[in-house]
Design a protein around this ligand. Structure first.
Ligand SMILES: Cc1cc2nc3c(=O)[nH]c(=O)nc-3n(C[C@H](O)[C@H](O)[C@H](O)COP(=O)(O)O)c2cc1C
Length: 362
């Protein structure tokens, strides 16, 4: 009996299996709008059999986008463009999840295959903000913009934008909302001592650095329906002795649980140039960290990083490391991965993919 293919219920939402598609920026929007690319990309994943499909990081304000091509959830036109996509996912048995995000000092970048460096304003970039006024990098080669330090008023405005984004997420038809608190983007950059050098109530001690994430989460919980799951993605380690440890993140997960979070998505790294999961393939170590967070903070987790094989995903769930196994790059390779995993693990594919597929290749 496969644990990976057993249903999971969180609040009033039932996931048909424990396989999720991790958030993946598509860099294909204009003005943050979903278009044909997103309809086809998400559509193909929706009929591939995953129980959960996370939308790409969707910016709560135009300035919160990583690149000019990133998705947005800051206006009603964006909601309308997303509605048919969530309806399609729901019709074919995948729970639609949204990731609401602000890129902070990593915003205003070129899309990856055009270099990923910061864009000058005259190249289509914009002014950026962060907990402090230090650039992400200073390699002397590429442009790294200096953010302006957020005032208390900026902090309040940003928290309100997260709340408005959560309301729009609901209107767009999503059943799970995830606050992006990882990868060096705004909320993580407040939490990480590698970035935050403030001397007010949002900087200094662990409690103070956690305040931005926790206040934002509590405010989102107030408007996100009690019967629907709320997730937060953390960089569960900074991969740097001077940064956040797993223990710091276990403490954060406990606080998030008190703030009404149902499940913590355990990613890693991104706060500084050296703090990257891709260095030394640390990504593959993340599922074990999800297990530590799950055990010590007593909260459901999603594991992500280097999951490619059905048996590997099965063991992550069966051993109690996580409640959902998220795959990103492997789903690019093969949007039918859940179907293939079901075949490998001897699971009836009729419970996994629509009849359009199962009838012919079951
Ligand atoms: C093309 C691409 C886009 C990504 N965009 C996001 C994103 O929007 N939000 C996010 O939290 N992580 C993003 N990630 C990270 C993935 O969600 C995932 O954590 C990472 O790729 C490790 O999982 P994997 O080993 O299965 O690829 C992205 C990764 C890729 C490859």
């Amino acid at each position: 009996m496969s644990q990976l293919f057993s249903p999971l219920k969180i609040k009033d939402v039932t996931f048909k299996n424990r396989i999720g598609v991790a958030s993946m920026c598509q860099y294909s929007s204009i003005d943050g709008l979903a278009n044909d690319w997103h309809r086809v990309h998400i559509g193909s994943l929706a009929v591939g059999g995953a129980g959960l499909i996370m939308a790409e990081a969707s910016a709560i304000t135009p300035e919160g986008r990583i690149t000019p091509g990133c998705a947005g959830i800051w206006n009603d036109q964006q909601v309308e463009a997303l509605q048919p996509i969530t309806a399609f996912m729901t019709k074919h048995g995948a729970v639609p999840g949204m990731q609401i995000a602000h890129a902070g000092r990593k915003a205003s970048a070129a899309i990856p295959w055009e270099g990923g460096h910061h864009l000058k304003n005259e190249e289509g970039g914009w002014d950026i903000i962060g907990p402090g006024a230090e650039p992400f990098d200073d390699d002397g080669v590429r442009l790294w913009k200096t953010p302006s330090q957020m005032t208390l008023e900026n902090i309040l405005e940003t928290q309100t934008a997260f709340v408005e984004a959560a309301k729009r997420t609901l209107a767009a038809g999503y059943q799970l909302v995830e606050i992006h608190g990882a990868h060096g983007y705004l909320l993580h950059s407040f939490f990480s001592p590698l970035v935050n050098n403030r001397d007010d109530q949002y900087g200094g001690s662990l409690e103070n650095r956690a305040r931005m994430m926790l206040e934002t989460t509590a405010k989102v919980r107030e408007v996100w329906p009690e019967n629907l799951p709320l997730a937060v993605r953390l960089s569960a380690t900074d991969w740097d002795d001077a940064g956040l440890s797993v223990e710091d993140n276990i403490q954060m997960a406990k606080w998030l649980k008190e703030a009404g979070v149902d499940i913590v998505d355990c990613s890693g790294g991104g706060a500084s140039p050296v703090s990257r999961s891709s260095i030394g393939n640390k990504t593959a170590m993340q599922p074990a960290i999800a297990g530590e967070v799950r055990q010590h903070a007593d909260i459901m987790t999603m594991a992500v990083g280097g999951i490619t094989e059905p048996q590997q995903a099965e063991e992550i769930i069966a051993s109690g490391q996580a409640d959902i196994a998220l795959l990103a790059r492997e789903m690019i390779r093969n949007p039918n991965w859940p179907y293939m995993a079901a075949k490998t693990l001897g699971v009836d594919v009729k419970k996994v993919v629509p009849a359009h597929k199962a009838f012919f290749v079951g």
